[in-house]
Design a protein around this ligand. Structure first.
Ligand code: AMP
Length: 289
């Protein structure tokens, strides 16, 4: 596995792989890798001849400086996971390399980037879209793998690729969960045991909405009330939003035939968590609980 320490080394690696005419898969991350990231890397390794992983905690997408300062960094463990999942090259992003002095161009996504996370985390998606555009331009990958765990981000990235005519296929990957339902997240390591238990309210609420939908409920207010009911059973969960949105536009769901997506953001024990689920697909795995 090759370590690429700057943009220049990444470009050189890409040129060499182009000469070999290999299909390249790309998995951008902020490190602190867990089994969710590993599932993306394994899928890329299975489907592509070369897999590129990037690790960069992008300061631009953090609206909360505390959250940025506390973001876990576990480089040695990350490199082990990368080696185990068949990664060929890992790009280790550096702030002074990706945002050198004088950096002045930013992407400002609209549409599906405006509601929900867009409202609650000012500037977040501008940071995401800017770094994703930079990384996709550098990686020149055939495919890039993104998790459905960050559903709204996935829609923002899809729009970005369309709007800027990028020649990269965006591959959505299912959310990996703990056996009790909690979606894997790098931020979970910051949950103390009580918060870890309380955080289950989120996946339970999504499961309740999915069951109500499967039982015939098609009224958005009723589905959202069902999520609120479950969330309010755990007092220490501070809900930022718990909504049923149009899966593509992220605007309030207007009913069939548009696809409904239930999305929740909540603070548990000082840690902000997000999760989501499709309502029109049978709930699988731990969400059945
Ligand atoms: P992050 O390092 O949090 O920016 O995540 C990097 C990629 O991994 C993003 O595309 C995430 O959506 C994806 N990801 C994060 N958690 C999970 C999970 N539990 N299951 C599947 N993909 C995930």
């Amino acid at each position: 596995m090759q370590r690429l320490n700057d943009v220049h080394e990444l470009r050189r690696w890409r040129e060499q792989v182009r000469r070999e005419e290999c299909l390249v898969g790309f998995v951008p991350t902020m490190g602190a890798l867990h089994a969710g990231h590993a599932s993306l890397l394994e899928r890329s390794s299975r489907e592509c001849e070369r897999t590129l992983l990037s690790i960069f905690v992008n300061p631009l997408q953090f609206n909360d400086p505390q959250d940025f300062a506390r973001y876990p960094q576990t480089l040695e463990a990350d490199l082990e996971i990368a080696a185990r999942t068949g990664v060929d090259a890992v790009f280790l992003g550096r702030r002074d390399d990706l945002y050198p002095a004088g950096f002045q161009s930013f992407v400002e996504p609209r549409g599906c980037a405006l509601p929900l996370e867009g409202e609650h985390r000012q500037g977040h998606f501008a940071g995401v879209a800017t770094i994703v555009l930079k990384l996709l331009s550098l990686a020149q990958a055939d495919r890039a793998y993104f998790g459905e765990k960050d559903w709204q981000q996935l829609q923002v990235v899809r729009a970005l690729v369309l709007d800027f005519h990028l020649e990269c296929e965006i591959v959505p990957c299912a959310t990996l969960r703990e056996s009790d339902g909690l979606a894997l997240s790098s931020r979970n390591t910051r949950l103390d045991p009580a918060a870890r238990r309380n955080a289950l309210a989120i996946s339970r609420a999504l499961g309740a909405a999915a069951r109500a939908y499967a039982g015939g409920a098609r009224d958005r207010a009723r589905l959202e009330a069902e999520m609120q009911r479950v969330l309010s059973q755990t007092r220490s969960v501070e809900v930022e939003y718990a909504v049923v949105a149009d899966a593509q536009t992220l605007e309030p769901w207007a009913g069939p035939p548009r696809a409904p997506r239930a999305l929740i953001a909540a603070r548990v024990g000082g840690v902000r968590l997000i999760d989501n689920a499709a309502l029109d697909e049978p709930p699988v795995g731990p969400l059945e609980l």
